[in-house]
Design a protein around this ligand. Structure first.
Ligand code: ATP
Length: 364
């Protein structure tokens, strides 16, 4: 059980590189929080500072209201699971899992009980006498999780724990970690660069770029209401389409001009753009692939595109199109019959579109 508070946390490495700029974050007890962002954005550095493996250059870190900046890692009651598992190759699974308890001088009987309890939860009881070299990647990862669980820590930190597994095993282990969180009912902080993992695992997601937090919210809110163009492009696959357009007043309705096409906006967004003084200005339109369709909804909001190529995924298709204002990708029903080179009318779901300021890239 633990809540954490990161207050104005900064990390400047010895070479002067500012890896974490000014992070403020409250992590609730028993929460599954995911830190996500592109490679090098500072996620692991934040995690390592929480674990105590990296010193904090500035700011305060509290665990359960206790300032822990200067507390030794072993005294923080935190367990960390790494990408490379970090198992001792010469030890059996049992010895790997019990090692941390032995050095804490726990009673032998209790150690055995704990290791068997964790092995049961993870389904690795029959592997306890094996050495890591005789295990698959997925099994090794479970042992690494087991080694963390036996300590009964207040907080679990996981740094890309699935990235060495193949795609199928990754999905399976993802579900196992979610179940593990429910079973253990403790605070999990999980680092990944994979937006699908973030979306499917986190109760809240923290999107990070260049050492700064861009948005903290539930997966649904981040997906439906991204704070800026970076978050909008990073979360979602295929990524959101961005098109440059001009906000205009047409027949007393707010509309956007996309090349030669005019798209009328719903009243709510139209009024917002008007009120915030965007009339006559260029903005960036964002539209997710599933919010573009071939089905005519309103005769006035179409643009014309040419099909460049199609990705067949079985349950749906991704259709890549070129239009006079740029390329875009849409998700389409497998029943839609389209052919490469064909010209099609494309319609946007105007209730689901987003606009971003061209300079600040913030959502309007
Ligand atoms: P990845 O997903 O690739 O692991 P990350 O988001 O976890 O990336 P960090 O490992 O936190 O990123 O690194 C953040 C930045 O700090 C990177 O640009 C990295 O090169 C830099 N960095 C990390 N460790 C050091 C160090 N010891 N000295 C100097 N710079 C470092």
């Amino acid at each position: 059980m633990a809540s954490l508070l990161l207050k104005d946390i900064k990390k400047v490495y010895k070479n002067g590189f500012k890896a974490v700029k000014n992070v403020n974050l409250e992590i609730k007890d028993k929460e599954f929080l995911v830190l996500v962002g592109p490679s090098g954005c500072g996620k692991s550095t934040i995690l390592r500072m929480i674990a105590g493996l990296e010193n904090i250059s500035k700011g305060k870190l509290f665990i359960d209201d206790v300032l822990v900046n200067d507390m030794e890692p072993k005294d923080r009651n935190i367990a960390m699971v790494f990408q490379n598992y970090a198992l001792y190759p010469h030890m059996t699974v049992f010895d790997n899992m019990s090692f941390g308890l032995k050095i804490r001088k726990m009673d032998k009987k209790k150690i055995k009980e704990r290791v068997y309890w964790a092995a049961e939860i993870l389904g690795i009881k029959d592997l306890l006498s094996r050495k890591p070299s005789k295990l698959s990647g997925g099994q090794r990862q479970r042992v690494a999780l087991g080694r963390a669980i036996v300590r009964d820590p207040k907080v679990f930190l996981m740094d890309e724990p699935l990235s060495n597994l193949d795609a199928k095993l990754r999905v399976q282990t993802r579900a196992e970690i979610i179940k593990l969180h429910q079973k253990l009912n403790t605070t999990f902080i999980y680092v990944t660069h994979d937006q699908t993992e973030a979306m499917t695992m986190g109760s809240r997601i923290v999107v990070i770029k260049d050492g700064d937090i861009k948005q903290v919210d539930t997966p649904q809110n981040i997906y439906n209401n991204p704070a800026d163009k970076f978050v909008a492009s990073f979360i979602g696959s295929p990524q959101m389409n961005f098109l440059e357009c001009e906000v205009i007043d047409k027949k007393e309705k707010t509309a956007i001009k996309l090349g030669e096409s005019i798209i009328y906006l719903d009243e709510c967004y139209g009024n917002k753009l008007k009120k915030e003084d965007y009339l006559g200005k260029q903005v960036t339109l964002g539209v997710r692939p599933e919010d573009i369709t071939f089905n005519k909804e309103k005769s006035m909001n179409k643009i014309v595109g040419k099909v460049d190529f199609i990705e067949y995924l079985g349950s749906e298709n991704y259709i890549y199109m070129s239009t006079e204002i740029g390329n875009l990708v849409m998700k389409s029903n497998i029943k839609d019959r389209v052919f490469i080179g064909e010209e099609k009318d494309i319609y946007f779901n105007v209730e689901k579109i987003h606009f971003f300021d061209k300079e600040t890239e913030k959502k309007i």
